[in-house]
Design a protein around this ligand. Sequence first.
Ligand SMILES: CCCCCCCCCCCCCCCC(=O)SCCNC(=O)CCNC(=O)[C@H](O)C(C)(C)COP(=O)(O)OP(=O)(O)OC[C@H]1O[C@@H](n2cnc3c(N)ncnc32)[C@H](O)[C@@H]1OP(=O)(O)O
Ligand SMILES: NC(=O)C1=CN([C@@H]2O[C@H](COP(=O)(O)OP(=O)(O)OC[C@H]3O[C@@H](n4cnc5c(N)ncnc54)[C@H](OP(=O)(O)O)[C@@H]3O)[C@@H](O)[C@H]2O)C=CC1
Length: 464
Amino acid sequence: MSAIAAYYGGKSILITGATGFMGKVLVEKLFRTSPDLKVIYILVRPKAGQSLQQRVSQMINCKLFEKAKEICPNIFEKIRPIYADLTKPDLGISKEDLEELLDHTNIIFHCAATVRFDDSLRHALQLNVIATQQLLLMASQMPKLEVFIHFSTAYANCNLKHIDEVIYPCSVEPKKLIDSVEWLDDSIIEEITPKLIENRPNTYTYTKALGEMVVYQESGNLNIAIIRPSIVGASWQEPFPGWVDNLNGPSGLIIATGKGFLRAIKATPRAVADVVPVDLVINLTLAVGWHTAVHRPKSILIYHCTSGSLNPCSWIDLGFQVLATFEKAPLEKAFRRPKADFTTNSFSTYLWNTISHMAPAVIYDFYLRLTGRKPRMAKLMNRMLKTISMLEYFINHSWEWSTYNTEMLMSQLSNEDQKLFNFDVRHLNWLEYTENYCIGVKKYLLKEDMAGIPAAKKHLRICF
Ligand SMILES: CCCCCCCCCCCCCCCC(=O)SCCNC(=O)CCNC(=O)[C@H](O)C(C)(C)COP(=O)(O)OP(=O)(O)OC[C@H]1O[C@@H](n2cnc3c(N)ncnc32)[C@H](O)[C@@H]1OP(=O)(O)O
Ligand SMILES: NC(=O)C1=CN([C@@H]2O[C@H](COP(=O)(O)OP(=O)(O)OC[C@H]3O[C@@H](n4cnc5c(N)ncnc54)[C@H](OP(=O)(O)O)[C@@H]3O)[C@@H](O)[C@H]2O)C=CC1
């Protein structure tokens, strides 16, 4: 009998960010391994004119949940969507809903965040820091709460080279900053942002670091653990290989490469591509939840969920593997033949961007105009270059993360739990994983049919 699966049985679990990439995988795994759990409360905001119930239906009716629905046919009854908006006071939760949450919640997984690299400091603070603070306050009023799991990122302290499983202080107190942005004008906040984030690349990593400080400062008597994943990619094994549903992290760039838009990128070829599969992150999360609840460590433990120190893969190897997969299973209607050159300085990057990215786009737009169609390629290319400029920092630096707590936890699991909640990245075969990732991107993100591969190959023959 799995101790971890048994722990979640009969529990009332509150999840923020359940409609996001990681949140969905967390909900799915919980239902698949602990179908006897009592209820999962998910904090959801209405979006794109959809009601909460419609959002839940859309989530549960996607392919990811097929297996879980077989194992737990009453998933719909066990999910209780709660209207919430994490940018609002009291998280936008109604009084009645709040009472229900306070009375019943046993476990909290706090996944919600803004993961945008270009967010304003005000908005990133609101979601990644203030909402965390409010959720902790709510948690402190829950008599049945056993554990609070907070999702951070391995890059919260990307201003350091070696990162231990500890909380590092930021130069400005989160509370002081929160007070200040309340009365400061947006233009002034924008002006001071570079000074505040210091040598971090964006407000995301900075506010995730502040979020950790808030967790530390406001933990009170709560039983808390923090998970810090690095770059989260498609699923490795569960519930099936290659599942991914958004463009974040490497996924968007994998598509851009497969479609022949992105043919060169400024990167340190031998730097570690610290990607971790989403199912591995969720397995670790559930194991941490169980361990923290059962063993109640004296202080907040931080768990790095990274691959570089145990099973490293370089950006150049990843690039080759992506190209090799798209040779066997190309994406449909590629703009150009896939290629993945790595540039190492600003001048060659500028040259490549002009010759290999912008020039073909401008020429193609000219052709579209000549044939009476609307030009679109240069605009798309500019957008891609902007995205790359935001991600470049992460492919041109290297970090070392210690994984003492993660390894300690692994050694404490029974054989059965090590299999059912496998988070041992040493078993990951990068070649196989990357191939499944690219196929997953093709099937689940782009919704391309595998039967179209011969036509896609034929199309590539006429590409330049
Ligand atoms: C072969 C070699 C592989 C190498 C592979 C290297 C991977 C190297 C990853 C490092 C990654 C570190 C990750 C840290 C780990 C965390 O802790 S955080 C989690 C990761 N977070 C992210 O990845 C968020 C990054 N994205 C953003 O911040 C914003 O999307 C951007 C880049 C600022 C763009 O903002 P925007 O201009 O407002 O655009 P947005 O509305 O978001 O999207 C505009 C268009 O761009 C597209 N797009 C959005 N994101 C992407 C994307 N990532 N890629 C492509 N297109 C995209 C959208 O589809 C959209 O197209 P349309 O639907 O309009 O046709
Ligand atoms: N993906 C990655 O590579 C990594 C992610 N992480 C961390 O993991 C966690 C999950 O990330 P991921 O799943 O990728 O992120 P997603 O962007 O896929 O999901 C974010 C979730 O937060 C919710 N959310 C955002 N704003 C609000 C709001 N105002 N009110 C209520 N809910 C809101 C979103 O809801 P909605 O569906 O309505 O938009 C969504 O459910 C985050 O804390 C992130 O920092 C850490 C390392 C790497």
